[in-house]
Design a protein around this ligand. Structure first.
Ligand code: ISE
Length: 348
């Protein structure tokens, strides 16, 4: 790596050198984002278990990137300042732990780990090191609409009492099975509700309405998750991953002095042939495009300070505990208690 490759042509400042592990859909999208949308960073390292994928991404978006033989080699390299973990969920734990051991900031796509125990191991390692190095990819905390919703509630609606919400995807592939409605889809709401309310969950229940004919055999769809928080806020969320018509995220907070709704994404309303029309997005990558940009820019901006902000390893761990309870609730049909260990001071 030559010095000239790491200096910004615009500002003359040194670019943060990023290594991306996992060059599938989200790894490719984040690399494109760093190279073409964000400022202050360059992707200089890539690793994928299928080297041809990494080569393809290098050709498309990261011409200066070195292709590494392993994620561990990428993390250890002196040419890498910070790491993006975008590989399959079951490999997140090993790479995040390696980045913590190397003292390098690491952005990890959700889930932080596939079990709560593994997520706890990451929290323990980070706490032992004494500083935040992990950011989890819960991008909704960076969405403008959710931020407006949170501000509106905090500044003038009084105490929140209830949340009515839904998470609808147009369709899901054959490999998407019932627990994924929690681990893969509802996990975003789990983090978002905790952040919106500054509260944690004490119980979860899942109920299954009549199944849509559009769902394949291994996924119960739709589902309704009911959560209760420690302050007594009641939350209902419909998860409907074969709704057909679009990607639709709704969130309404009912508070003591009023009600606030998550704004719809901006869209042109047309009037034509006696019809009022407005298109609905179909892809989550488009719906949260600006939020993805903002979360990664935040990550990049903090690397020179040697730390991270946004959703922490603790948030990833609590999301894992809470989603495990929701899956147990799916399996048992019961109301499942959620209890959390004490939060380490590092995350105050
Ligand atoms: C996907 O992984 C996401 O993160 C999306 O936000 C969610 O809507 C989708 O259901 C997941 O598969």
């Amino acid at each position: 790596m030559t010095i000239s490759q790491t200096i910004s042509a615009d500002t003359g400042t040194r670019l943060v050198r990023i290594g991306v592990i996992g060059t599938g859909m989200i790894g490719t999208d984040h690399t494109r984002r760093i190279q073409e949308v964000l400022t202050g960073a360059e992707v200089v390292g890539l690793y994928d278990y299928a080297p041809a994928n990494a080569e393809k991404l290098k050709g498309a978006h990261a011409p200066n990137a070195q292709i590494f033989d392993s994620g561990e080699a990428l993390i250890a390299s002196d040419d890498i300042d910070a790491v993006l973990v975008c590989s399959t969920g079951s490999t997140h734990e090993q790479y995040v732990l390696a980045a913590i051991a190397a003292g390098k900031p690491v952005f990890c796509e959700k889930p932080l780990a596939t079990t709560a125990e593994a997520a706890k191991g990451i929290v323990d390692a980070e706490v032992k090191g004494g500083k935040r190095l992990v950011q989890v990819g819960f991008m909704r905390r960076f969405d403008q609409g959710y931020n407006m919703l949170k501000r509106t509630m905090e500044e003038g609606l009084g105490e929140p009492l209830m949340i009515h919400s839904c998470h609808r995807n147009p369709a899901v592939p054959e490999q998407y099975v019932t627990p994924m409605a929690i681990h893969d889809t509802f996990i975003h709401e789990i983090d978002t509700f905790r952040w919106l309310l500054d509260d944690d969950f004490v119980s979860a229940q899942v109920i299954f309405p009549r199944k849509t004919k559009h769902a394949h055999a291994k996924v119960a769809d739709p589902q309704i998750v009911l959560l209760e928080t420690s302050k007594g806020v009641r939350i209902d969320c419909e998860i409907f991953v074969n709704c057909r018509y679009g990607y639709d995220i709704q969130c309404q907070i009912v508070a003591e002095e009023g009600v606030a709704n998550l704004p719809e994404p901006m869209a042109i309303a047309t009037r034509k042939e006696a019809r009022l029309g407005q298109s609905i997005l179909t892809d989550w990558k488009d719906r949260f495009k600006s939020a993805f940009d903002a979360e990664l820019q935040d990550f990049v901006d903090r690397v020179p300070g040697g730390t991270t902000g946004g959703p922490s390893a603790w948030d990833g761990y609590v999301a894992a505990i809470s989603s495990d309870a929701c899956v147990e609730a799916q399996d048992t049909g019961k109301i499942v208690d959620i209890s959390l260990p004490a939060r380490p001071a590092l995350y105050d």
